[in-house]
Design a protein around this ligand. Structure first.
Ligand SMILES: NC(=O)c1ccc[n+]([C@@H]2O[C@H](COP(=O)([O-])OP(=O)(O)OC[C@H]3O[C@@H](n4cnc5c(N)ncnc54)[C@H](OP(=O)(O)O)[C@@H]3O)[C@@H](O)[C@H]2O)c1
Length: 265
């Protein structure tokens, strides 16, 4: 889920090119159709918006087309700084990364449990979910929510004796359309570098995989900091840095940021 771009598209292509059957889903279909044309035997796709109530039914149809599902991989998400704290933009992130996440992960869980199948659920959250990041307020909160949701369903699976394994994949910055063109992000990774590590995590299914080792060290250090210190840190996201708004700045997205939001979603 989230296979029309960036990490999801690359992971889907890697599996399809090795002869693994993959079902791709996202809202935009162009790239998914192209992959279907390249690997017609191994690819099915469907246009699904995870913020809509019809998404579980559409995913059921896609699973039916594939003839079943062994691994559910969730990568769909949006993210951007929202320094004016425009309420609609905050809510959009939560609706996709937390609401849509719960909608689809629960659908995958029910599929495995109700069909008495051994299943794996792997999801891309983020190192941003380690602690609340001021300049990524809704984004970091949504990723923490996703991480907690996976833990909750893992506990439920134990109580229900459901044979479902969970993998929480937490990358640092990876150059994809999610990032702003032209900006530099700290310890930025390429898809060529990060995707093999993500695939390893999907296949070997550790409970948590932080991508890469440098981000793993950083996340561990963040976790050790007391909140009283953490809230005094000024964590910048990219260079050039976006200026913090002044009191009274209008919380209305600029055409450029709106365009970015549309691109990222
Ligand atoms: N790139 C990074 O630095 C980074 C770091 C840590 C975590 N992540 C996470 O990795 C995931 C993928 O990001 P990416 O970097 O590959 O960005 P991306 O290229 O923008 O891909 C995002 C994917 O999510 C899909 N998506 C977004 N909203 C959706 C919706 N409502 N319904 C269905 N699909 C939706 C998009 O498809 P459509 O627009 O076609 O629907 C697209 O396929 C996100 O969850 C992101 O938070 C990224």
């Amino acid at each position: 889920m989230g296979a029309s771009s960036g990490i999801g598209l690359r992971v889907a292509e890697e599996f399809a090119s090795r002869g693994v059957k993959v079902g791709l889903a996202a809202r935009h279909t162009t790239n998914m159709r192209k992959l279907k044309e390249k690997y017609p035997e191994f690819v099915e796709y469907s246009s699904i918006d995870i913020t809509h109530a019809n998404a579980p039914a559409l995913m059921g149809e896609l699973i039916h087309k594939l003839g079943g599902m062994d691994i559910y991989f969730h990568v769909a998400g949006i993210g951007y700084e929202n320094l004016t704290l425009d309420p609609q933009r905050e809510e959009n992130i939560i609706a996709t990364n937390a609401g849509g996440f719960a909608r689809m992960i629960s659908t995958a869980y029910r599929f495995f449990r109700d069909n008495n199948r051994r299943g794996r659920i792997a999801a891309v959250t983020s190192v941003a979910g380690t602690k609340g990041i001021g300049r990524l307020s809704a984004y970091s909160a949504s990723k923490k929510c996703a991480q907690t949701y996976l833990t909750a369903l893992e506990q439920l699976a134990h109580s229900e004796n459901a044979d479902i394994k969970f993998t929480d994949i937490r990358p640092g910055w990876i150059r994809t359309p999610l990032l702003l063109d032209g900006d530099k992000y700290p310890m930025e990774m390429t898809l060529d570098y990060a995707v093999p590590q993500i695939i390893k995590a999907i296949v070997r299914h550790p409970r948590v995989a932080t991508i890469d080792w440098r981000w793993n060290l950083l996340a561990k250090a963040w976790n050790r900091l007391p909140d009283s210190l953490w809230v005094r840190m000024n964590i910048q996201i990219s260079k050039p840095d976006s200026p913090l708004p002044k009191p009274g700045d209008n919380p209305i997205p600029t055409p450029a940021s709106e365009e970015k939001e549309t691109r990222a979603i």
